[in-house]
Design a protein around this ligand. Structure first.
Ligand SMILES: [Zn+2]
Length: 217
């Protein structure tokens, strides 16, 4: 008997998506979401091909970092996911990718400014760079939580990649896509001249508007 089947499906689907969309190569990157029927979160197993996995292969880890369901080892970035869930009750899902344009900024140690309407709407803040710490360590988890702060929804991991957090899996995925698009446009724009970020009040307005955007009921 497995718990949180719907969450397991969502996590696996998102993991397949980051791989098929080119945001990671092979088994790099990882995805998690809070479990619904137990305390803890559902996370992708470590180093396994997402294409052949089933929802039952996902691993459930509690907030003491104990595996409570699953026959495989959880992602090597489990300490990072755990620290974010503990620090941020608003976060329901986390997506970590190595998408190339955003990672270029992470390697250069340059934050991605809010330069597009989408960046303002979906993210609402510059994507800051987390100081370097080795992948899988508590130090990386600690630095990332500090950089995300109380409201941040994304950060760049130095010489590594991107982390996006959201109130749903769809939101966490969208954040990663928007960051990659912003980084790509930002990199090309930097070849033409300095980047012109949107003014802060405009960013705040666009971001607030986006929370209400959609079909009125
Ligand atoms: Zn990674």
């Amino acid at each position: 008997m497995f718990s949180s089947m719907e969450v397991r499906r969502q996590v696996l689907e998102a993991a397949r998506e980051i791989s098929s969309s080119g945001m990671v190569i092979g088994t790099w990157g990882n995805v998690s979401a809070r479990a619904t029927e137990t305390e803890g979160f559902v996370i992708t197993p470590s180093g396994m091909d997402y294409a052949v996995l089933t929802p039952e292969d996902m691993v459930v880890v509690d907030y003491n970092r104990q595996v409570i369901e699953g026959k495989f080892r959880p992602s090597s970035e489990t300490p990072l996911h755990l620290a974010i869930y503990l620090a941020r009750p608003d976060v329901q899902a986390i997506v970590h990718v190595h998408s190339p344009f955003a990672t270029a900024f992470a390697v250069a140690g340059i934050p991605i400014p809010v330069i597009l309407e989408e960046t303002a709407q979906a993210i609402g803040h510059e994507i800051a760079v987390v100081p370097y710490a080795r992948t899988g360590t508590r130090k990386l988890a600690e630095y990332t939580v500090k950089t995300l702060g109380e409201k941040g929804c994304a950060a760049l991991l130095s010489n590594h990649g991107v982390i996006g957090v959201g109130g749903s899996m769809a939101q966490a995925l969208r954040i990663c896509y928007v960051i990659e698009q912003t980084a790509q446009v930002g990199l090309y724009a930097r070849m033409l001249g300095p980047l012109q970020g949107l003014p802060e009040d405009e960013v705040n307005l666009l971001h607030a508007g986006f929370q209400k955007y959609g079909q009125k009921k």
